[in-house]
Design a protein around this ligand. Structure first.
Ligand SMILES: Nc1nc2c(ncn2[C@@H]2O[C@H](COP(=O)(O)OP(=O)(O)OP(=O)(O)O)[C@@H](O)[C@H]2O)c(=O)[nH]1
Ligand SMILES: [Mg+2]
Length: 379
């Protein structure tokens, strides 16, 4: 190896000297400004010093080095500068291959995770995975797959049809509100805070009064917050419906007397926190004093499985109810419906799909729900 110092008045001049003597592939070890020797040098132009190296007698030494390819620095320094574009291309290709490889590995891990589930046949696994992607609880999903498997083994040609059938059964027949003129029904809305009880009540009140031309009355027992009364008052004024405000459950009898000529009376309650026993007693009193014909437990589609479990448990004090799901527009899957149906055994009623009153509510449609759930299957 030959190492040599080159001096020039400019960097270009010094580099030209390196190139002339060592060739274009010489390795530059350092570059710096230097002063000429002696006192006079202080007042003169600084010089540029370049220290370069080359293999003795061979101007092309860098390309001749054998360098292991696994080290990027060595890999790059081992090539001719002219090849930079080619190498970049090669690196790009390698990085993209590595990306693909990582994606494959990641999807294999996901599959392995699911494939390790005991007791599920290989051919049913994509459907199990579909339920898990919908955030259906693992045990509930397994139960659904096993049921479908039993039907399939009885000689059905198509497993997908079996799973559809089981999902339809699991969702069950929805039971929306049925009102007959002259036979007053009292309908109470209960549920956790902020799930959309008042909004759903307002949607149904509008549908029954404006679209179905029924005589509708409103009662609110949610006097914990001033804003809660105002919220329903505004809807009542817009729809020109009479509203009674209860400050204690005992006022229910009197309020219902005010609505004796109605076909349906909707009763709003305050959101209940999970372990509030006093509120449970109040809800029970409201239900019993109103002689409620129907109770709707309102739940948000954004609820996790453990959330569903807690809510369903905490409302087990209710003698009977129907499930009304809200915020379907914000949910990324449908597992919550299957989970709550399984946990409560109560029928579905309506599904709310947005904030707009009265448009964003519909009677739950099992066929539509099953199709939405099945969209996530990749066989
Ligand atoms: N995106 C979406 N928002 C909804 C839906 N239903 C209700 N909301 C919104 O959810 C928020 C709470 O709605 P409320 O009707 O006040 O809920 P609540 O259960 O009566 O609340 P509390 O009385 O405080 O317990 C409001 O901003 C509603 O507009 C729905 O289906 N989708
Ligand atoms: Mg409310």
């Amino acid at each position: 190896m030959k190492v040599k110092r080159y001096i020039g008045y400019t960097a270009q001049e010094a580099m030209q000297k390196v190139k002339d003597e060592m060739g274009k592939d010489a390795l530059i070890l350092s570059t710096r400004k230097i002063r000429q020797k002696g006192l006079a040098g202080l007042f003169k132009r600084p010089l540029i010093e370049v220290v370069a190296a080359s293999e003795e007698g061979d101007v092309n030494f860098p390309s001749k080095r054998t360098t292991p390819v696994y080290n990027t620095t060595n890999y790059i320094s081992s090539i001719k500068r002219d090849d930079t574009a080619k190498v970049l291309e090669k690196l790009e290709a390698q990085i993209s291959n590595m990306g693909e490889l990582l994606n494959k590995l990641a999807s294999n891990f996901r599959t392995i995770e699911v494939r390790e589930k005991p007791g599920i046949k290989q051919e049913y696994l994509p459907y199990y995975e579909m339920l898990i992607k919908n955030e259906v609880n693992e045990d509930i999903a397994k139960g659904i797959i096993e049921k479908a498997g039993l039907i399939y083994e009885r000689g059905y040609a198509d497993f997908e049809r079996c799973i559809r059938q089981v999902l339809m059964e699991h969702i069950g027949t929805p039971r929306p509100l049925e009102v007959s003129a002259g036979q007053r029904k009292v309908v109470v809305f209960v549920g956790p805070t902020g799930v959309g009880k008042t909004t759903s009540l307002a949607k149904l009140a509008a549908i029954f009064s404006i679209q179905k031309q029924m005589r509708v009355g409103l009662i609110t027992a949610d006097t914990y917050r001033i804003a809660a009364v105002d919220q329903l008052k505004i809807y009542a004024e817009i729809m020109e419906l009479p509203l009674s405000i209860l400050y204690s459950p005992r006022e229910m009898v009197e309020a219902l007397e005010e609505h004796r000529d109605k076909d349906v009376v909707f009763v709003d309650t305050a959101g209940k926190s999970i372990r509030d026993r006093a509120q449970e007693r109040e809800i029970l009193e409201l239900i019993s004093l109103s002689g409620a014909d129907e109770v709707y437990l309102v739940l948000s589609c954004n609820t996790s499985y453990s959330g569903c479990l807690n809510i369903i448990k905490s409302y087990s004090f209710l003698p009977d109810y129907k499930l009304l799901f809200t915020k379907m527009d914000e949910a990324s899957n449908y597992g919550v419906i299957l989970n709550c149906r399984h946990l409560s055994g109560k029928p579905l009623s309506y599904i709310a799909t947005g904030q707009s009153v009265p448009d964003d509510i519909e009677v739950a449609d099992p066929g539509k729900l099953v199709s939405c759930i099945m969209k996530r299957v990749e066989v």
